[in-house]
Design a protein around this ligand. Sequence first.
Ligand code: ADP
Ligand code: ZN
Length: 615
Amino acid sequence: MSRSLEILNEIFGYPAFRGQQAEIVEHVADGGDSLVLMPTGGGKSLCYQIPSLVRREAGFGAGIVVSPLIALMQDQVAALTEVGVRAAYLNSTLSGAEAAATERALRNGEIDLLYVAPERLMTPRFLDLLDSLPVGLFAIDEAHCVSQWGHDFRPEYIQLSVLHERFPDVPRIALTATADAITRDEIVHRLALDDARIFVSSFDRPNIRYRIVEKDNARSQLLDFIRAEHTNKAGTTDAGVIYCLSRRKVEETADWLKGQGIRALPYHAGMEFEMRQKHQEMFQREEGIVMCATIAFGMGIDKPDVRFVAHLDLPKSVEGYYQETGRAGRDGLPANAWMAYGLGDVVQQRKMIDESEADDAHKRVQTGKLDALLGLCEVASCRRVRLLAYFGETSKPCGNCDTCLEPPASFDATREAQMALSCVYRAQKASGFRFGAGYLIDILRGTRSEKVLQRGHEKLSTFGVGSALSEPEWRAVFRQLVAFGYLAVDHDGFGALVLTDASKPVLKGEERVTLRKYVKPVRSRQTSARTGERADPTARMSPREKARWERLRAWRAETAKSDGVPAYVIFHDATLAEIARSDPDTVDDLRHIPGIGVRKLERFGNELLDVVGSD
Ligand code: ADP
Ligand code: ZN
């Protein structure tokens, strides 16, 4: 057995490497440079932690980990300390005396892994210190921060190329979850990784179940979903994130959920810094918190047991959707990505692009990105296949997304499309005004509303021609017509609809239109019963196992509190679930459970047996 596998077993308590980990670990331990592209939750940390320990045993000094995220550093160090690895960090949160003590420990060879903020690493003083040490390796986490085009650009990251010049013999490993080719090339170029081996993992997250539902009453649909799939018998909710577009909606949604008995907290860039920090900390450390947030929330959150990510508004792109949903289920256990989506979202996003200050070229790019996302929303075949294809991966239908589990019906909607498009045309021609979908649907369905009568639109030839379809069915038709570009949103800012070049062939009968059939939203409870498995680690447990699980969780909460670390640093849900299921009698039984290494066995073994044995 290789030394790295032994370390994986003994220290981290895991039986086997995942995916490309083994290869990467060997390559780095042997002193090679590398660039690792792996999705969130793929297991990047072990790719530098284990080589660092292997090299340490071979006589090298500490591994130096560059990380831009202070909160993440603290938790990584806490987790390493719990398994008995000598880890520390240097960043702006330390006092001068604390930092000096850490540097001293580094010099004395008492540290195996040191996390540093890039600006700290780049100080001449610190580089001089490293000169005098046999550094084991450099790990550059979140390496996409060198990309000037990305959202997470950090100017200090550019300077990291110095490492190569100054320490040519020290292996470097750069890691990121950002997949696109442009970013990859930029990392290689800016960090001088031309000779590095590049490891590209699949970006699939098989444990995440993707679902996009038709928006009806989004809030109550959300509440149904949370209650049915993410609330246990005792009424505790799983940890989850709910993304909203605006700060106001974040606040309102959090308030409303609180009123429904859910521990929801708001997070957005308009809040005071302290409050924001506090909420983030609570989410990270406590259990059962649902964070309502704008996209300002998420970077640097490495909480492994986020069980769901919900979108109440449409993200701007597939990249955004993928990044946000990717925060669910890092621990590999079942998790849900749920989104409510409707006509209003399409209109709103189109309008936002139109009204933005950006130049035309930029608007075209944004429109292209939005169209790709709308394609994902409207797709009638496997969503995951579509999602991965966007990132250049081919795959087979997954069986773990809504379109696989309950394939939507399509229908030839040419006639309906023609009715809708000609209604847009006639209403505008008759009055000189343009109208939104709600009003047009009134005309199509023959509703004699005050406004319709005022304008004399009951005399239009399209009045009442579409009475066979319900209002929501028509909304679904309009939504898809806008999503696919048969209709556009007017520049007036009121969401009025206008014909496009693509409308003409449909109106002339030269092009047929196939649309997804509207499905009446079902209560989540019914859906999940039909599709079986919930995103809940206790889903298949017997009552006794569940009781053990609850006791173990209570024990973990207390232990975490007294150690001052997040619960998952003590044990992950997957480990607790396995203990509950296997009902161990001896410390030796515990040894084989994934996630229990030598150190934790020593420290917690007997306590765990007590907690388990008390039924
Ligand atoms: P990333 O940084 O790529 O998002 P992490 O390094 O945080 O991912 O790992 C995600 C989770 O997977 C962590 O909880 C980690 O303990 C777990 N993990 C990583 N590698 C393995 C493995 N070989 N066996 C079991 N669990 C693993
Ligand atoms: Zn699928």
